[in-house]
Design a binder for this molecule. Structure first.
Ligand code: FAD
Length: 390
């Protein structure tokens, strides 16, 4: 998988349908022709590449497998391959897709009314409208289930108060899925808020050393009024929020594979050309050992991803499988990238060689959508029957 057919040792490419291969190629060509030549500059300036984001819509890559509503028809594997390729190019772009399609669009598709789906999904698939997903709060990250943002019903209107942190697209989104606790029945519900709504105030989080070309926000909601028709009718409790998150963890597993594939490719290329002690680096046994370790991890991540995709297709994704895959692939990707960084020597810390950007971006994937530790504890609870984190 990835740019180099040199990582497809288990012939995963043979398992793909023509349609999946087509999505893969489209995403790969976009990354190679349009993203890689310009992305370091965006990253360095912490600039959100609006043109590239719009191209995702034009190329029909946004929809996350949602059926109908103007979303391009794609299997879970095709969706995963798009995430792989975007992250192989740039973590910010991949993260944008995760927020737009995996979190915001899927919340509406899975939990929204027919009118909400018709209104938002076609425009979001074309990236004419941007989405955000506001769950995390300054004091509730891993325990977002304990969120404190409140929703109070007044006739046909809800009044929302609270603060959110780390919300991707929060300063630019046309529709923000805000999760708040109904003061009436105590349950967590979802609301479609516009960034133009009075009382919605978003401040961009600056100074990031990771995912610099996609923006997150800290949001204050002060008496924001939302019509009952803008409440997600299918979101009855936090369990429904968690259903959206289980799907997106799959995308993070694919994204991590993209970062690892990029790092491996760069390391093989670099070590073939770089000469020390009169020989190319690839001719030293320890260098070969490092490259092979990287390849072995990349291959195991591919196998996880392939099975994830087919299990989703069969409706058999569980929270445990999603957590195991996210945990495994993000952990392996960090290891692979660290070896690549080492093999590039001093050049490994230069933006021009890309590995440092992948390393920095992987740190965010390690944490978002539930940290490695929380994923581990979700799996631990399943295999032992003992919950060790709540
Ligand atoms: P904390 O929960 O404070 O965790 C700190 C440390 O404590 C971690 O190592 C964690 O593993 C550990 N820890 C916590 N609880 C336990 C425990 N019980 N046992 C052992 N260790 C524990 N959120 C959104 O809602 N929407 C978004 O679009 C979004 N985008 C994001 C983008 C980026 C770049 C980042 C960094 C975050 C984003 N998030 C978003 C938030 C993200 O999901 C949270 O950062 C994540 O869930 C972790 O929460 P936290 O940062 O508050 O860390």
């Amino acid at each position: 998988l990835g740019r180099s057919r040199g990582t497809d040792f288990f012939r995963i490419g043979d398992q793909l349908t023509d349609e999946e291969r087509d999505y893969w190629n489209r995403a790969r060509h976009f990354v190679e022709d349009e993203v890689l030549p310009v992305i370091n500059d965006h990253w360095e300036r912490a600039d959100f590449p609006r043109d590239l984001v719009r191209r995702l819509g034009e190329l029909g890559l946004v929809g996350d497998g949602i059926e109908g509503y103007g979303c391009p028809p794609m299997s879970p594997i095709a969706t995963g391959l798009i995430h792989l390729e975007l992250h192989r190019g740039d973590g910010s772009l991949g993260t944008f897709l995760g927020v737009q399609a995996g979190l915001a669009m899927q919340s509406i598709a899975m939990l929204g009314s027919e009118e909400q789906k018709q209104r938002w999904l076609p425009r979001m698939a074309r990236v004419e409208a941007l989405g955000a997903f506001a769950l995390t709060e300054p004091t509730h990250g891993s325990d977002s289930v304990a969120l404190e943002t409140t929703a109070r019903r007044e006739g046909d209107t809800w009044v929302i108060d609270g603060t959110k942190k780390w919300i991707g697209n929060g300063t630019v989104a046309d529709v923000v899925v805000v999760w708040a606790r109904d003061v009436g029945d105590g349950q967590v519900k979802g609301f479609l808020v516009s960034r133009d709504d009075p009382g919605y105030d978003a401040r961009r989080i600056d100074g990031k050393g990771s995912l610099r070309s996609v923006w997150q926000a800290e949001i204050t909601l002060t008496g924001v009024r939302v019509a009952e028709s803008d409440r997600l009718p299918g979101a009855e409790s936090f369990k429904d929020t968690a259903r959206v998150l289980a799907g997106t963890r799959n995308a993070v597993a694919w994204g991590a594979l993209g970062h690892a594939t990029a790092a491996y490719d760069i390391a093989v290329g670099y070590c073939s050309e770089r000469t020390q002690f009169g020989k190319p680096l690839v001719s030293f046994q320890i260098v070969q050992d490092k490259l092979v370790k990287m390849l072995a991890e990349v291959c195991s991540m591919q196998l996880y991803c392939l099975r994830l995709g087919r299990l989703i297709e069969d409706g058999q994704l569980t929270d445990t499988i999603a957590a195991l895959a996210k945990m495994n692939n993000t952990r392996k990707a960090r290891e692979v990238i660290a070896i690549a960084r080492d093999l590039l020597g001093g050049n490994g810390i230069l933006l021009d060689f890309h590995v440092m950007r992948h390393m920095a971006d992987m740190e965010a994937l390690h944490t978002y959508e539930g940290t490695e530790t929380i994923q581990t504890l979700i799996v631990g609870r399943d295999i032992t029957g003992v919950g060790a984190f709540v």
